[in-house]
Every structure is written in structure tokens, then in C-alpha cells.
Design a protein around this ligand. Structure first.
Ligand code: SAM
Ligand code: SF4
Length: 335
């Protein structure tokens, strides 16, 4: 274990969770996440797998216990399974508690066994609908059968799958209950996410913003929702649904301030460390790793960055006002 001090910010919050966006690219174009004609980063701007390993390992030395690979779509990054295999040395040593991914599931069937071999035990799959036509329309061209095959392959490989669904007014609003019944029936936890105002997608998000307090209220009329203390270290609040026996989570960055217990930071594909998902301040760790092999310099850069972690975000979605409070897309910072 590390003799180095943990990363604690000026509000006393210890950083134990790092999310790494391994690419800004994606094989889908969900309408709430990306514009159809996205411009992606030139490859030389993107961290190499070795650089990602080096930065992630520096965080792990400083007490990060949970690492999530995300994107963009992490499974479109060439060598992603190899990266997971290399990072798994930290699982073997006990320094890292969990190595996990968030994926759209589109290429999961191909990679599930390799990820399981690398020690991945849980994975989040984003799926906003169970209807094939609707899925195609939300993702602009996705095939839901591929995602279902990916989920089945992950389960067969011994990886437990949590489903994440963005709740969207007039889009999947009528389906949220049936998604819960499907997910719980298949042994998946399900988490609903509120739309966040990140990046221009060519649409006004206020049209599809659905407060999860409304969703929860509707479900509570028909189901008994018992609050759970269970936490995955993320910002979701969980309930046990007594009728299904399953767990239901709500991520409500807009209706609830989830910042007080924030234990996480995010590394973009270009090596920018964002200390808060909803703020612009960042630290350029790519410049640090490209300037020197000296781990001491990297450590000092982590300390300096964490000392700037802000108290919280300022997301707002208001009709008529701009529905973009952060110019970055979620796929850039890493959802
Ligand atoms: N491509 C992977 C996926 O879809 O799971 C990982 C990256 S994606 C950016 C991570 C999560 O962010 C997904 O669950 C997605 O639904 C969610 N997301 C993307 N844009 C969002 C937004 N503007 N508001 C809320 N959630 C968003
Ligand atoms: Fe791609 Fe994930 Fe964004 Fe959808 S939510 S466009 S799958 S990065």
C-alpha cells in the first residue's frame, strides 16, 4: 500500500474515484449526448494507453480505489482490453478495489470475456429504451439486438450489469416502469439519470428535461420504494423496490445537489483533469506526463489540482434560457 498521503481537497473530501475517458469517439450518436456531425479529436491529442496507465497508477498510489473507464465509447478504443489487463495489476495488489466501465453495449459481446479476464466484475450499460425503433431513433442508428447480446455476453462471463437510462420527457417517459420491470426481472440494477446541460446537441434540452422527482413520484404510487443506504460510491440514491426485489437508483444533479459527498475527479481523453463535472477549471496532466518521466512531478500536479476542487457545480436547465451550461459534451469529460 502507498506511503504517499491521500488526495484530500480543501473541503475535506478525499478523492477515491477516478473516471477516465479513454476516447471522445463513439459508434452511436445519442441525441441528448452528441450532435450528428461531431468533430472528434486528432489522435495525437489523445493520451496513449501508456499515458493513461501512468496517470491512473499515480492516482491509485494516492488512494484512488475505484477506476471507471468511459468515453465516448470505451470499447471503440483499440487496445482497451489490454489496458484493462495492465491496470488489473492494481486489483491483484489490493490497491484498487474496482475496475469498471460504462459502455453503450454495442461492442460488448466481442469484449466481455476479455474484460472479465482482466478482473472487471461490474459494468454499466446505458440503455434508454427497450423498443427497437425508439432505440434507433435515440441513438440515430443503433441496433438494440447488439446491445442485448452484449449484456447477455457480459452476464455469461460473470460480469454483473447495471443499466443506466436517461429519463427523457416525451421520449421514453412512458416506458420507465416497464424498463424497471425488465431490468429487475433480468437481475440488473437500474439507475435513471436526469439530462444534464452539457455540450451542444442541436436541440433544446429543456424540451426533454424530466425531473426524476416526478418519475419517482409516479412509481411510488404503484410500488413500495424503500430508501437504501447502499452506495456504489457514485452520486445515485438507491431504493429497494419491494414488489420486484430489485434496486432502483436516481441520479439527480439538477434537482438535488450531490456535491457534498463528491469523491471523484475525471480525466478526459486528452489528459485534462476536471475536478468537477460541471465546472470549467482543469489541470493539464498530459503536459506533465509528456514533459517528464518524473513521478514526483506528477504527484505534485495531482496535489495542486485537487487543492482546486470546487465546492460544487452550477447546472441549471431553464426553458428559454440557454440549455447548455457546460460547453463540453459528456462524451468529452466522460459520463
Ligand atoms: N458511451 C458510453 C455510454 O453511453 O454508456 C459511456 C459514455 S456516456 C457519455 C456515459 C453516460 O452519460 C451514459 O449513460 C449517457 O446516457 C449519459 N449521458 C450522456 N449525455 C448526457 C447528458 N447530457 N445528460 C445526462 N446523461 C448523459
Ligand atoms: Fe455515445 Fe454514450 Fe454519448 Fe450515446 S451516450 S452518444 S453511446 S458516448
Amino acid at each position: 500500500m502507498s506511503a504517499l498521503p491521500p488526495l484530500v481537497d480543501k473541503f475535506g473530501r478525499q478523492v477515491t474515484y477516478l473516471r477516465v475517458s479513454v476516447t471522445d469517439r463513439c459508434d452511436l450518436r445519442c441525441t441528448y449526448c452528441m450532435a450528428e456531425d461531431m468533430e472528434f479529436l486528432p489522435r495525437k491529442e489523445v493520451l496513449s494507453l501508456e499515458e493513461i496507465d501512468r496517470i491512473a497508477s499515480a492516482f491509485i498510489r494516492r488512494g484512488v480505489r475505484k477506476l471507471r473507464l468511459t468515453g465516448g465509447e470505451p470499447l471503440v478504443r483499440r487496445g482497451i482490453v489490454g489496458l484493462a489487463e495492465r491496470l488489473s495489476r492494481h486489483l491483484d495488489s489490493g490497491a484498487l478495489e474496482e475496475l469498471t466501465l460504462t459502455s453503450n453495449g454495442n461492442q460488448l459481446a466481442k469484449h466481455a470475456a476479455g474484460l472479465a479476464n482482466a478482473g472487471v466484475r461490474r459494468i454499466n450499460v446505458s440503455l434508454d429504451t427497450l423498443d427497437a425503433d425508439r432505440f434507433r431513433s435515440i441513438t440515430r442508428w443503433g441496433d438494440i439486438e447488439r446491445v442485448k447480446e452484449g449484456i447477455a455476453a457480459a452476464q455469461a462471463a460473470g460480469i454483473s450489469v447495471k443499466i443506466n437510462a436517461v429519463a427523457l420527457r416525451h421520449v421514453n417517459e412512458d416506458e420507465l416502469e416497464s424498463m424497471m420491470l425488465w431490468a429487475h426481472g433480468a437481475g440488473h440494477d437500474l439507475t435513471f439519470i436526469e439530462t444534464m446541460p452539457m455540450g451542444d446537441t442541436g436541440e433544446d434540452r429543456a424540451n426533454h428535461y424530466l425531473p426524476l422527482s416526478v418519475v419517482r413520484g409516479r412509481l411510488a404510487e404503484r410500488y413500495e420504494l424503500t430508501p437504501l443506504v447502499y452506495s456504489t460510491g457514485g452520486p445515485a440514491r438507491y431504493f429497494q423496490v419491494e414488489e420486484t426485489g430489485g434496486r432502483l437508483g436516481f441520479i439527480t444533479p439538477l434537482t438535488h445537489n450531490f456535491c457534498e459527498g463528491c469523491n471523484r475527479v475525471r480525466l478526459t481523453a486528452t489528459g485534462q483533469l476536471y475536478m468537477c463535472l460541471g465546472q470549467e477549471d482543469r489541470a493539464d496532466l498530459r503536459a506533465v506526463v509528456r514533459a517528464s518521466e518524473d513521478e514526483g512531478m506528477l504527484d505534485a500536479a495531482l496535489d495542486e489540482a485537487i487543492s482546486r476542487k470546487p465546492k460544487g457545480h452550477d447546472f441549471v436547465i431553464e426553458r428559454g434560457a440557454s440549455s447548455i451550461s457546460t460547453p463540453r459534451h459528456m462524451s468529452f469529460t466522460g459520463g
